[in-house]
Design a protein around this ligand. Sequence first.
Ligand SMILES: Cc1cc2nc3c(=O)[nH]c(=O)nc-3n(C[C@H](O)[C@H](O)[C@H](O)COP(=O)(O)O)c2cc1C
Length: 300
Amino acid sequence: MKNVLVIYYSQSGQLESIARNIAKPFLNSEEINVVFHEIQLEKPFPFPWNKTTFFDAFPESFLQIPTALKPVSEEILNTKFDLVLLHYQVWYLTPSIPMNSFLKSADGKNILNNTPVITINGSRNMWIMAQEKVKVLLKEANAKLVGNVALVDRVGNLISVITIVNWMFSGVKKRYLGFFPLPGVSDKDIQESDKFGEIMLSEFKQNKLEDLQPKLAEIGAVKISPYLVTVDKTANKIFNKWSNFIHKNQKNRKLLLKLFYVYLFLAIWVISPIVYILHVISYPFKIKTIKKETQYYQGV
Ligand SMILES: Cc1cc2nc3c(=O)[nH]c(=O)nc-3n(C[C@H](O)[C@H](O)[C@H](O)COP(=O)(O)O)c2cc1C
């Protein structure tokens, strides 16, 4: 009997339904014992969010400052898992505070030590640099990253900003104003995500997890947008300055978060379209670098 642990955190339930779909083939296999672990916080984040709570989560998310978690069950702590499916979402270009806290916790490190891990990301669309941060945390926990799946909102970048913000601030996954597309990962992508589970299970059973990632990539588990990679990298540099500045000036936190909100609004609606135009113009000169980068980010 092999043991597989499915770890997730989800506010809306989106990532939980992804986790349950990906785990389906494992649950149908008689030789495998599947255990689910939902990360729970001592002090949960609000859902739905409002403007204040949403921006207040920025500095600590980006600076990867952990928060207290409820303890993991003894049953899980006393089991040696042969594989971990780690589902996380991105908050501010960084693994969400709950996932970051888990990866840095003693329980998390215990569970992950010397264990193969497949990461599954369910975010808006900007997850590349967050995955790089997860790679560092997994290394620190002595885990072995063997696969990655990224499920994203496939509508245009700016449209998904509008629809996801409306979803996060209302708590309801609905068509904003009646005509915008539904927010988040599409139902179809969620329903079909068991196809990734099938491949994971097959490689796992054959003890060939080191061959998993190219097979996942082949069926569309990680699609890379070179434009979003550029935005992600640039925004990381700027978020680094803002988050440190706000964190060090707690007295003026409220005011600085308001200024950050104005900055973010301009960055999304003014700067990112300009970056897009520059990206399109410079594309022919960067094809080689982009190909290399895409290959790297599609791997583990
Ligand atoms: C505070 C906050 C910040 C977020 N920042 C990002 C981000 O930087 N990149 C991204 O792709 N999605 C971002 N998202 C969207 C989440 O990754 C995720 O898709 C959404 O919160 C739904 O996840 P759930 O399963 O927890 O409900 C953010 C969401 C929240 C609440």
